[in-house]
Design a protein around this ligand. Structure first.
Ligand SMILES: *[C@@H]1O[C@H](CO)[C@@H](O)[C@H](O)[C@H]1NC(C)=O
Ligand SMILES: *[C@@H]1O[C@H](CO)[C@@H](O)[C@H](O)[C@H]1NC(C)=O
Ligand SMILES: *[C@@H]1O[C@H](CO)[C@@H](O)[C@H](O)[C@H]1NC(C)=O
Ligand SMILES: *[C@@H]1O[C@H](CO)[C@@H](O)[C@H](O)[C@H]1NC(C)=O
Ligand SMILES: *[C@@H]1O[C@H](CO)[C@@H](O)[C@H](O)[C@H]1NC(C)=O
Ligand SMILES: *[C@@H]1O[C@H](CO)[C@@H](O)[C@H](O)[C@H]1NC(C)=O
Ligand SMILES: *[C@@H]1O[C@H](CO)[C@@H](O)[C@H](O)[C@H]1NC(C)=O
Ligand SMILES: *[C@@H]1O[C@H](CO)[C@@H](O)[C@H](O)[C@H]1NC(C)=O
Ligand SMILES: [Cu+2]
Length: 577
């Protein structure tokens, strides 16, 4: 009897302990703040601009789900590649991946591709608050619709240098009707097949293609499809909105504006900006901005939100959304025709806006005053064996089949060219204002090995393309780091004079920056994140055509690599689980 009572007591105690344990586990889970996502990636027919197209979706959606997290959280994304016939890799754009360089999601650099049918787990810490993005990083796959936003809020006891009532994310994109396969084939063929200008601009995955221009069979383009009704942003009169705007265009530099309203820029790529007011914000692929919008205009009507192409002569209609003042009907069209946006060729106003972006006075991270190494990268359009390419200092990057990160950790010296690309170009004899006398370049998969924990300046030098009187805007994106933007200028960078004009007082830090036509942009980075990191033009086709370099720093400090990133190229014999 006593034994029974005793064991009952034990049972009870066990029961209580069990629940205490469960309670403890769930509390500690909350404190550790793991955010789990299960994503299935597959093709689906979608009509984001009324034109039916095969689109890569995440859990049925494009743009994909927004990742909402708080600073310090660990994000775990369990990805299933259900594309059937295509590899996959997903990059977490703006997340530095400190301590997890194998989760950067860059095929050929930090991992082997995820094979059709396979699962892959990305796990990383979002160590800084701000507005970030994610997108596919395999071939031209981002263009097919695999993209979305990451929003990292500050801890509840931390305040930001501005206030607002509500938060909205707006993701901008351009959209092509041709498949990525057709585009990639064109880009790597003789004769060359350029992708051309996009068919439409999307705001939160919605745009409008003029269906009467499509001579295709009925049902392919349907102007009344609810999937392509304009995105509606509803506001309450008198309130202030933080719009977290990100661009993941494949080609276009764009401007975004709200009819009749000003926008106050407060954040850029996760860094607080000394606020300034604009009518429209220029945004380059890979950039994010937070702007404050005050709903303080005549609230009896709705307004247009517009995006339009800049920098390239546009042939894409402007993207439109509706700014809806509650309680007007959300689909009530604004009473006026949409504004046109700034002129595409107004390079001066775009340069002026680049200059205006400075670190917030209360949030300045001082840059090192001197650098240990300067790398000048001349951006040129070239030919190699008759194929069109883009190059840096005459070298066009070809990604190796074996990821650099694995090759470097395992000393696989035959996995890529061990000769580093040059730190400069023949600036004395190269005329950046004309088509090069010899447009031929070379291709290589060699990389820049940077000394760990040093300061490196990168000068992006723009030039004329292979077309007379033409220089393009290139948005450069760095993985694994934010850089300080020390300056912009027109013409050829002067190694002696221009550094004297660097802004060392309040330079903004970013992860993506434009180099303007015929201009230069000077960046400073600290090589304090062990790993192998891409630095590339964020225009999909330019990257595909070799407009990229790779930086390695401190790879010997990288911890044990997960075997899930291996299995391809020279790591084929290495174990995959
Ligand atoms: C916020 O709280 C965390 C721990 O809860 C603490 O480490 C941090 O210092 C606090 N920050 C501020 C600005 O109070
Ligand atoms: C659509 O294209 C047709 C045919 O070119 C043209 O007549 C019409 O005005 C266009 N509609 C819009 C809204 O641009
Ligand atoms: C927008 O800013 C400009 C220049 O600062 C100012 O003249 C204009 O009145 C502002 N418009 C609104 C709607 O606040
Ligand atoms: C450039 O490359 C092409 C094709 O390989 C070759 O025919 C041509 O002679 C080269 N031009 C120069 C100036 O070297
Ligand atoms: C690779 O080479 C480095 C330096 O030569 C050495 O320290 C390291 O142990 C080697 N790693 C492997 C996996 O062989
Ligand atoms: C680029 O490389 C090609 C091929 O090696 C060479 O002919 C050409 O002169 C180089 N151009 C420049 C600007 O260095
Ligand atoms: C980086 O270098 C600085 C001095 O330049 C030193 O204080 C710091 O400890 C170094 N950090 C690492 C991780 O080596
Ligand atoms: C060069 O192109 C610009 C537009 O990008 C144009 O305004 C200018 O007139 C052109 N100059 C010449 C000499 O063709
Ligand atoms: Cu480019």
């Amino acid at each position: 009897m006593a034994g029974v009572v005793k064991s009952r007591g034990n049972l009870l105690r066990l029961w209580v302990l069990f629940w205490l344990f469960i309670a403890f586990v769930s509390v500690s889970k909350v404190e550790a703040r793991y955010r789990h996502y299960k994503w299935e990636v597959k093709y689906q027919y979608k009509s984001p601009d009324c034109f039916k197209k095969l689109t890569i979706s995440i859990n049925g959606r494009s743009p994909g789900p927004t990742i909402l997290a708080q600073q310090g959280d660990t994000i775990v994304v369990e990805l299933k590649n259900s594309l059937l016939t295509e590899n996959l890799a997903v990059h977490w754009h703006g997340i530095r991946q400190i301590g997890s360089p194998w989760s950067d999601g860059t095929e050929g650099v930090t991992q082997c591709p995820i094979l059709p049918g396979d699962n892959f787990i990305y796990k990383f810490v979002v160590d800084r608050p701000g507005t970030y993005l994610y997108h596919a990083h395999y071939g031209l796959q981002k263009e097919a619709g695999l993209y979305g936003s990451i929003i990292v809020s500050v801890p509840s006891n931390v305040s930001e240098p501005f206030t607002y009532d509500y938060d909205h994310s707006i993701i901008l994109n351009d959209w092509y009707h041709k498949s990525t396969h057709e585009q990639a084939t064109g880009l790597s063929s003789i004769p060359f097949g350029w992708v051309g200008e996009p068919q439409s601009l999307l705001i939160n995955g919605r745009g409008k293609f003029n269906c009467s221009l499509s001579s295709l069979v009925a049902g392919v383009c349907n102007a009344l499809n609810p999937e392509c009704s304009p995105y509606v942003l509803t506001v309450i009169p008198g309130k202030t909105y933080r719009l977290r705007i990100g661009s993941l265009t494949s080609l276009s530099a764009i401007s975004f504006g709200m009819q009749g309203h000003n926008l106050t820029v407060v954040e850029a790529d996760g860094h607080y900006v000394e606020p300034f007011v604009v009518k429209n914000i220029y945004i380059y692929s890979g950039e994010t901005y937070s702007v404050l919008l005050k709903a303080n205009q005549d609230s009896s009507r709705n307004y247009w939100a517009i995006t339009n192409v800049v920098s390239r002569k546009p042939s894409t209609p402007n993207g439109l959304a509706i700014l809806n003042y509650h309680p007007n009907h959300p689909e009530k069209l604004p009473p006026t025709i949409p504004p046109t946006g700034p002129l595409w060729s107004d390079t001066a106003s775009r340069l002026a806006q680049s200059f205006a972006i400075k670190a917030h006075r209360g949030h300045i991270t001082a840059p090192p005053l001197k650098s240990d190494r300067v790398i000048v990268l001349l951006n040129t359009q070239n030919k190699i064996d008759g194929f069109f390419k883009w190059s840096l200092n005459n070298v066009s990057l070809t990604l190796p089949h074996t990821p650099y990160l694995v090759a470097l950790k395992f000393n696989l010296t035959d996995a890529f060219d061990q000769t580093p690309p040059p730190d400069n170009y023949d600036s004395m004899n190269y005329d950046i204002f004309s088509v090069a006398k010899n447009v031929n370049a070379t291709s290589s998969n060699g990389i820049y090995r940077l000394k760990f924990n040093t300061t490196v300046d990168i000068i992006l030098q723009n030039a004329n393309t292979m077309t007379v009187n033409n220089s393009e805007t290139h948005p450069w994106h760095l993985h694994g780091h934010d850089f300080w933007i020390l300056g912009y200028g027109n013409g050829k960078f002067d190694m002696k004079r221009d550094p004297q004009k660097y802004n060392l007082l309040n330079p903004i830090m970013k992860n993506t920056v434009p180099v303007h036509p015929y201009g230069w942009t000077a960046l400073r980075i600290q090589t304090n994140n062990p790993g192998v990191w891409l630095f590339h033009c964020h225009i999909e086709s330019h990257f595909y055509m070799g407009m990229s370099v790779v930086f390695e720093a401190g790879v010997e400090k990288v911890g044990k690599l997960p075997s899930t990133i291996m299995g391809c190229g020279k790591t084929r014999g290495f174990h995959r689980p």
